[in-house]
Design a protein around this ligand. Structure first.
Ligand code: HEM
Length: 136
């Protein structure tokens, strides 16, 4: 396994656990802890994706996937963008509370969006762990 794969798989496992912890915390009323973990995970996800894109482009490691896996990889990447952008909207919405209509929208529907994004996010990490274990 390459260093990148080891780091990304470790991150996926940690993030999976933290997502569930953050969800459980808010269910028992610990919203500050929930908020802090979700901000950490969202920032972490952006760092991971940026590093991945630059690594692919400039890292010199151009190993390609077998062509039959390309639809799955495309699905995994596209689905991954949903909770990434969605979580960013939830975080920015909370941080800008009361300042504009978009934040009001995301704050009002925080629970519904949050539940949807967390499920897709968990699925994306499971997919990432699957990729690391079975494709390399
Ligand atoms: C990364 C983005 C976030 C996601 C995916 C997310 C997810 C969720 C989910 C799933 C729930 C509902 C729990 C349930 O009853 O099943 C929830 C509730 C809550 N979250 Fe977040 N959350 C995020 C960011 C934040 C941030 C930044 C704050 C800032 C304070 C926050 C504060 C709360 C609060 C107070 C609740 C309680 C119910 C409500 O306000 O609707 N969350 N969140």
């Amino acid at each position: 396994m390459s260093t990148f794969l080891i780091i990304s798989t470790t991150w996926a496992v940690i993030a999976l656990v933290l997502l569930i912890v953050a969800w459980r915390l808010v269910r028992v009323g610990r919203s500050v802890a929930h908020r802090n973990i979700m901000i950490l995970l969202t920032v972490g996800a952006w760092i991971f994706i940026t590093n991945y894109i630059f690594g692919q482009r400039y890292g010199g490691d151009f190993r390609s996937f077998p062509s039959e896996y390309i639809p799955w990889i495309a699905l995994h990447g596209s689905l991954g963008l949903v909770p990434l952008i969605g979580a960013t909207c939830l975080v920015v919405g909370r941080l800008m509370t009361g300042r504009n209509k978009i934040s009001t929208h995301f704050n009002r529907h925080h629970k519904a969006y949050g539940r949807t994004f967390i499920v897709v996010w968990l699925f994306t990490h499971l997919g990432g762990i699957f990729n690391a274990v079975f494709m390399h």
